[in-house]
Design a protein around this ligand. Sequence first.
Ligand code: NAD
Ligand code: DAU
Length: 347
Amino acid sequence: MNILVTGGAGFIGSHVVRRFVKKYPDYKIVNFDKLTYAGNIHNLQDIENESNYHFVKGDICNIEDVRNAFHNFHITHVIHLAAESHVDRSIDGPMQFAMTNVIGTLNLLEVARSEWQDGKDHVFHHVSTDEVYGSLGEDGLFQETTAYDPRSPYSASKASSDHFVNAYFHTYGLPVKMSNCSNNYGSHHFPEKLIPLMILNILNNKELPVYGKGENIRDWLWVEDHASAIDTIFHNGRIGESYNVGGLNEWKNIELVHFLCELMDQKLNRPEGTSKQLIRFVKDRAGHDLRYAIDAQKLEAELNWKPSITFEEGLSKTVDWYLENQEWVKNVTSGEYQEYYEKMYGK
Ligand code: NAD
Ligand code: DAU
């Protein structure tokens, strides 16, 4: 297999690329990434010299970039992760989300459709999110059959891309698979997102901005378990099907922040209760979805996938990674990110 992994220099993409490069030495893994603010080629420093790994700096919004990559590497399979991924940024500037997430995905679908006319085995695995299902009340879980009801510009753009992927399956018979995952956490997570932002602010004694009353609920999964789910679905999932990915691990934001504060007080040898004093309730996110929760029964029953570690273990590993990788943090938070941070939260 010659696999084009789009967005492979980002948070989840880098874990997918690392897993595939190490586990499948016979596959050619081509990481295709534009290296936006969220992409960092150093995320893959440990495997960059492996003979089955290749990097192409390219833009999915430019169809010639995509076509060239398909030709140069004889691409037979795609795992598509490249996207604009941050909800707050989508509220600020929805156009870029439509361009990357919708048009970019369409470009990939178009090239795959025209290049894969040889009757051989191909797979186009589209990586999507649970946010396409909208917002839950106090009960219930998102199932694959839940009607789409996206409510942020980010989730609207992802929902649109999911619809195009399904349309290419039904209309052109393109061999697609799709996964819709809950919130990921782990190493290499860009610090605009809740968990790494809180870890770094606790470390640096900065305020911890909790939106609204902190009552919104997210369902958290360790990023390496998401990568293992993608591996499972990519290889064994049925063509034309979508699979929900999650670990039944719901947390109210404020409870999660309290837990992180306690964990970091211990790790930093600070007196109990020190970090909690940094919590500040700030203006809520516009259209803030109340609750996400995934039912991953189909993936577990059909493909025998399960998360490998508990949230407590995963969060402890994640905190350790940030404490040990301050150089990485310095790298990604300098420059443009400083301006973004100050605009969002002040100095
Ligand atoms: P990320 O923002 O960390 O990484 C996105 C990557 O895509 C970056 O490397 C960036 O450089 C690249 N990229 C952006 N625009 C591009 C373009 N035009 N051409 C080529 N590359 C481009 O995102 P992430 O959190 O790793 O998410 C990856 C995928 O998984 C996204 O599709 C996202 O919607 C989905 N997802 C994320 C989560 C989550 O919790 N983070 C959960 C479910 C699904
Ligand atoms: O559910 C999957 C989605 O999870 C992915 O599709 C997205 O790409 C990913 O970014 C994530 O979206 P969220 O909006 O849920 O993640 P975020 O880390 O931005 O926020 C998590 C929760 O924390 C959310 O309820 C908003 C809140 N929050 C976030 C930030 C950045 C705060 O209270 N304060 C903050 O400073």
